[in-house]
Design a protein around this ligand. Structure first.
Ligand code: ADP
Ligand code: ASP
Ligand code: MG
Length: 408
């Protein structure tokens, strides 16, 4: 008998019919003698619909009320799932994030899990029940306010619960068959990977492979929880995200991300403290900065460019314009038509010439590189937003990430 955490994403619980199918799989796992904890997302595009509804009411929703609104999405799916599981003769109980003891920081819309007091979940399991937990939400224990964990946060709920309960595996059920060598919706001939290391998955997710939220991978790595990403539509094996993989390919996959915009502060005085002023202001306003490039200085002034999520562009603009005025910089430019394309692979650590090959492939396709950043196992380039699909296709063809061992 095992303790299994199963997470079902929005598409997997998108209709009453699909919820009944999920219930069938949960009941089967329970009836086979396992303890099962289920984490659910909002139905279909439920979270997007709630965000759009808020935007129809106000252009500046209060973050606390936004979290009150968005947590409702997962609450609907958890109750419906519990009902469907009951119908199959299996005792089940749904819990909100707060009831499940998911304690978070206080940042609305981007809270981090601090601790899970899972006694109520454990009691439910001890009583022979399937426990269903609403994903993507928790509670700030000091202010007793409901919080959300950021988009895709149900993955983090699932892996953190698996870690806290000491689960044998965390299964992430989604609308694709696993983790692919590139987003299969953009590259139809991308291949499913049998396995990928935590280290690589963290880089892929951080570079835009939205199949897993990066923070969930971080928790999996820290607590050594194997994550099985698989389809909710059939029972075939998916992709195992785990500590060690049999092979360390140079390039495991290509990821892309069109969710960021580029901010450039022009004519910044080239002296100590200037970068600190800009980025302290952004951090203070909870704006996550990704890539940063400072150009060479000409006659004592330089340009600084950085990327931020499009969702925080208004805050970033306000801070950048204020700091630019204070330091006597020339002005601020915002460019939303950019995208980032990245190569990820653990074998890159010991291989020369990958960056130059990547740049040559992009240039052969007339794609201009605007910014570059690297980690030991990743190379990312910012390109024009309109060029991103061509860039992913060219790099996927050019590097031909090797087939997984079982996939000859
Ligand atoms: P869920 O609602 O189940 O959480 P998501 O939409 O968050 O589903 O994640 C699944 C989607 O991730 C897929 O439909 C796919 O388009 C996208 N995706 C991006 N990169 C990859 C990749 N490398 N492998 C698999 N899916 C990917
Ligand atoms: N429903 C939330 C979202 O759409 C959380 C999740 O699905 O993981 O981002
Ligand atoms: Mg998701």
């Amino acid at each position: 008998m095992a303790l299994i955490v199963q997470k079902y994403g929005g598409t997997s619980v998108g209709t009453a019919e699909r919820i009944k199918r999920v219930a069938g799989r949960v009941a089967e796992t329970h009836n086979a003698g396992n303890d099962v904890v289920v984490v659910v997302s909002a139905m279909g595009k439920g979270t997007d619909d709630l965000i759009a509804l808020a935007a129809d009411v106000t252009s500046n929703p209060y973050p606390r009320e936004m979290d009150m609104l968005l947590t409702a999405g997962e609450r609907i799916s958890m109750a419906l799932c519990a009902m469907a599981i009951h119908d199959l003769g299996v005792p089940a109980m749904s819990l909100t994030g707060s009831q499940a003891g998911i304690l978070t920081t206080s940042v609305h819309g981007q809270a981090e899990i601090l601790d899970i007091r899972a006694d109520r979940v454990r009691r439910g399991l001890d009583d022979g029940m399937v426990v269903i937990v609403a994903g993507f939400q928790g509670v700030d224990p000091v202010a007793k306010e409901v919080t959300t964990l950021g988009r895709g946060g149900s993955d983090a709920t699932a892996v953190a619960l698996a870690a806290s309960l000491g689960a044998d595996v965390c299964e992430i059920y989604t609308d694709v068959d696993g983790v692919f060598t590139a987003d299969p919706r953009v590259i139809p001939d991308a291949r499913k990977l049998d396995e990928v290391s935590f280290e690589e998955m963290l880089e892929l997710a951080g570079a835009g492979a939205g199949v897993l939220m990066a923070r969930s991978v971080e928790v999996g790595r820290r607590y050594k929880i194997p994550i099985h990403v698989r389809s909710s539509f059939h029972s075939g094996e998916g992709t195992w995200v785990k500590e060690e993989t049999m092979e360390e390919p140079i390039v495991r996959g290509v990821a892309h991300d069109s969710s960021e915009a580029k901010v450039t502060v022009h004519g910044v005085p080239d002296k100590p403290g200037v970068a600190a002023d800009i980025f302290e202001g952004l951090a203070g306003a909870d704006v996550l900065v990704d890539m940063i490039v400072q150009n060479v200085s000409i006659e004592g002034v330089t340009d600084i460019s950085f990327t931020v999520p499009k969702a925080s562009i208004d805050r970033a603009r306000t801070i950048a314009e204020r700091t630019a005025a204070d330091m006597g910089a020339r002005g601020v430019d915002i460019d939303s038509n950019i995208a980032k394309v990245s190569l990820v692979g653990a074998g890159m650590k010991s291989e020369l010439g990958i960056a130059s090959r990547m740049f040559r492939i992009l240039s052969d396709h007339q794609i201009n590189i605007e910014m570059i950043s690297t980690s030991p196992i990743r190379i990312s380039c910012v390109v024009r937003g309109d060029d991103v699909e061509a860039a992913v296709g060219a790099l996927h063809d050019g590097f031909q990430p090797p087939a997984s061992p079982t996939e000859e």
